[in-house]
Design a protein around this ligand. Structure first.
Ligand code: ATP
Length: 328
């Protein structure tokens, strides 16, 4: 392994997700293992511009593998979108002697990292941290598994009250552009219908499906709606529509919101974060630049950042088919 890199910076940027702390811990400890200094950069690109760095050692990251959120905090920085802002950030990194970066975040953070790398010939590796699972080059982003587990738990509870009152619930989950959470939790919690941005179910089929559900003697119905579902109606409009056309239903709405981002990471996310952190550090030490670490066929892999940003993470068609069969 090349030893030209002596100090690595690690940061979390964009929306937080469970597993970010486990990834920070892994990056720090992999650095220590390889005799590299590791600096934590607070508040993403915002802190980078201000030089808000902290030297971390193996003990600094004790007791965080099980914690949600990010100890380094996250932020969105307007200034980093300008060349001037990025120049300031580069000056701060140079002043601290930081040679390379591990950026944990989503596609926006990766875009910033790529531009920065091109402008200043600076080495960067990305770790995909977002609950939406909408990044090309990995079957799982950090936090997706935890978010699905959190949502399934909540739907199980909603189901209890729904079946006690013979109610229909529309449950809105996160996913403006991608239906990964909705599809997975819909199958995992046995929802009657799943509305996702990738597929236009249509209002007629929704009504038909709910009627069939009622006729088959079901005591409750749960419809999972991704924020950006293709029908294009909000959960509240869907409620009104169904109540207007199916008076036999008493409809309720539950919007899960930010609680989906929180909580202790699942074992899967902790292991994934641990693997990704080690891979990111070792890739930098091998001289790799502008790649994202991902999980493909259960192996750690590298995808060029550009591809990760521009590529589309497609919905699992097999799961969609399973869902269609099981929601009959
Ligand atoms: P999430 O998926 O949770 O939204 P994200 O990483 O996509 O995470 P963004 O807010 O899109 O979150 O991006 C995080 C930060 O990355 C921005 O606040 C900005 O500082 C930087 N960034 C995003 N796009 C660019 C860009 N085109 N040029 C420079 N910096 C950028």
């Amino acid at each position: 392994m090349s030893k030209t890199i002596k100090k690595i910076g690690v940061m979390t940027s964009g929306g937080d997700s469970p597993g970010m702390n486990a990834a920070i811990r892994s990056v720090v400890r992999a650095c220590v293992y390889h005799d590299i200094e590791c600096y934590g950069i607070y508040r993403g690109y915002e802190g980078m511009i201000e030089g808000d760095f902290i030297l971390l050692n193996a003990r600094s990251v004790k007791g965080i593998i099980n914690k949600g959120g990010t100890i380094l905090k996250s932020a969105r920085s307007k200034e980093f979108r300008t060349h001037e802002g990025r120049k300031k950030a580069h000056e701060q990194l140079t002043k601290a002697g930081i040679d390379a970066l591990v950026v944990i975040g989503g596609d926006g953070s990766f875009t910033g990292a790529m531009i920065f790398s091109d402008e200043f010939d600076y080495h960067v590796i990305g770790i995909p941290g977002t609950i939406d699972n909408d990044i090309f080059g990995t079957t799982h982003t950090l936090g997706f598994d935890t978010a699905c587990n959190t949502v399934v738990d909540v739907i199980d509870k909603i189901r209890d009250t729904a079946s006690s009152h013979n109610r229909l619930f529309f449950v809105e989950v996160m996913g403006r552009d991608a239906g990964h959470i909705a599809l997975n939790v819909g199958v995992g919690a046995g929802a009657e219908e799943i509305l996702i941005p990738e597929e236009d179910l249509g209002l007629d089929r929704l009504l038909e499906s709910l009627r069939r559900s009622k006729q088959s003697g079901k005591s409750s119905s749960i419809v999972i709606v991704a924020e950006g579902d293709k029908i294009g109606k909000s959960v509240f409009e869907l409620k009104d529509y169904v109540e207007a056309h199916m008076t036999e239903y008493e409809v309720r709405v539950s919007v899960l919101g930010h609680m989906q981002r929180g909580g202790s990471p699942s074992c899967f996310d902790r292991v994934l974060a641990s693997r990704m952190g080690v891979k990111a550090v070792e890739s930098l030490l091998e001289g790799k630049n502008k790649y994202m670490v991902g999980l493909i066929k259960d192996q750690m892999s590298l995808t060029p950042l550009e591809k990760a940003i521009k590529g589309q993470s497609k919905i699992d068609l097999e799961l969609l088919r399973v869902s269609d069969i099981l929601t009959i």
